[in-house]
Design a protein around this ligand. Structure first.
Ligand code: PLP
Length: 461
């Protein structure tokens, strides 16, 4: 008997993607995409590109929230998945273990600091953060968690409680008790909280994803040192910065950090299978999994699963073999250099920053003041960045995002496979749209207002 013919099913429903999504999943999201004209039917994706139904190519500077570090639909990761399926591996026995999780755990530990000696697999970034919070509290025997203002750690309740902004959490309280936020890059504020000696862990992104905020020299090293001094666990959230994103395999290498806990996810499986991992010190492990009775103190039905593990092993192999981490550093430098050059010509560019292929351009009212800028911002905060991002998509075939809620920051986290030509193309397109947005013709402003409206409704709904 034949199984489901998925290709025939796709062919039969070609062009119904948005209607299907709207009828059974999320009509508000579809409404928003339709309003700004992002309701494209996508036909396929490869490396750093996504193709429209007519075969037109879009450059992906978004990278699926930064999860396609080895390129979309990487053929070698896919082959590892096919091989695993064909091998009919006995994964997820549950009352037993298989080979692939142990191998992936070894490969992760081989590439991370000596302070990390055990791995707990999960299915997503936020689930990994939840594990860090839960295990960190138990290991430290303390209740409190410190995280940074403007930080982002995911959308489940523990992560929401740790996030820096209220935009995701304001309707979902009460949040978990014991969470406090401190300004990023402020060691005095951190020490003032740690002195109470009731803080279990400090959760921090090495580079903050929302806004691409970089740590000041000495900040992360100082935070780690303060954590050691006051008996607090130091947890780095590398969900976004991991696997070559910042030009080193893990961002912690830039500052030679040795955390007690580290979270990874997103690109671990090359974007194919939901998977994450919490790396921890033996101290943390031993405090939580301290007896046979506590052998399964934390876990989940699907974690670890053999497909995720195979994809993880193949992704690490791919990063090494294709030299993608070095490429991220080089392309990131190039992107910074070329976009910083734009700053001299366009006074609306307030800042250009980045590390590896985690890049941002911040816009602000020109130093001399601009009535047009103030008008646009009065209509909708951060509208200017939409006036850049939306035409980049429609007129230049570049998929890119704003860095966060109401931020006048354009952010790129492309696949690490982007080429010098891609960077050139992006910079030229970016310059063309900034030049036009800077003049802010009224038609563009009207378009921007239309584009911004569903965003407002979504927040209120
Ligand atoms: N931590 C960081 C730093 C992130 O950037 C994200 C997602 O963007 C998460 C955690 C949550 O990951 P996920 O979306 O897989 O739950």
């Amino acid at each position: 008997m034949a199984g489901l013919d998925i290709k025939a099913l796709l062919a039969e429903h070609a062009g119904e993607d948005y209607d299907l999504y709207a009828s059974a999943i999320n009509p508000q999201f579809v409404r928003m995409l339709r309003t700004i004209g992002y309701d494209r039917t996508w036909s396929r994706a490869e490396g750093s590109y996504i193709f429209g139904a007519a075969g037109n190519r879009f450059l992906d500077m978004y990278g699926g929230f930064g999860m396609f570090n080895v390129g979309r639909n990487n053929p070698r990761v896919r082959q590892a998945l096919i091989d695993t399926l064909e091998a009919e591996t006995p994964g997820s026995v549950q009352l037993g273990v298989s080979t692939l999780p142990g191998l992936l755990a070894q490969e992760l530990l081989r590439r991370t600091p000596a302070s990390l000696e055990r791995v707990l697999f999960t299915n997503s970034g936020t689930e990994t953060v939840e594990a860090a919070l839960k295990l960190g509290r138990a290991a430290a025997g303390r209740p409190r968690v410190l995280s940074c203002e403007k930080g982002f750690h995911g959308l489940t309740l523990g992560s929401l409680s740790a996030n820096g902004g209220v935009e995701w959490s304001e309707r979902f309280g009460p949040l978990l008790p014991g969470f406090s936020r401190i300004p990023f890059n402020d060691l005095d504020a951190l020490e003032a909280e740690l002195r109470t000696e009731d803080v279990a862990l400090v959760l921090v992104e090495p580079v903050q994803g929302k806004g691409v905020n970089l740590p000041e020299p000495g900040y992360l090293e100082g935070a780690q040192e303060l954590c050691r001094r006051y008996g607090t666990l130091f947890c780095l959230d590398e969900v976004q910065t991991g696997f070559g994103r910042t030009g080193t395999l893990f961002a912690l290498e830039h500052w030679s950090l040795e955390p007690d806990l580290m979270t990874v996810a997103k690109s671990l499986s090359g974007g194919y299978i939901p998977v994450g991992a919490l790396l921890m010190s033996t101290h943390v492990y031993n405090r939580v999994f301290d007896s046979m009775e506590h052998a399964v103190s934390h876990g989940s039905t699907f974690a670890p699963n053999d497909l995720g593990m195979a994809a993880g092993l193949a992704t690490l192999h791919e990063l090494d073999e294709q030299g993608l981490v070095g490429r991220s550093a080089r392309m990131g430098e190039l992107l910074l250099e070329r976009t910083r050059a734009l700053q001299e010509s366009y006074d609306v560019i307030h800042d250009v920053r980045g590390l590896g292929l985690m890049w941002a351009m911040e816009f602000a009212e020109p130093p001399g003041g601009s009535l047009a800028w103030r008008m646009v911002e009065r209509m909708q905060p951060a509208l200017f960045t939409q006036l850049v991002a939306v035409p980049l998509f429609h007129e230049h075939g570049v998929l890119i995002q704003t860095a966060g809620h109401r931020m006048n920051v354009l952010k790129a986290t492309p696949p690490l496979t982007v080429s010098e030509e891609d960077v050139d193309y992006f910079v030229q397109a970016l310059e063309a749209v900034i030049k036009r947005a800077r003049r802010m013709p009224s038609s563009l402003v009207r378009f921007g207002m239309r584009a911004a409206r569903p965003g407002r409704q979504r927040v209120k709904a």
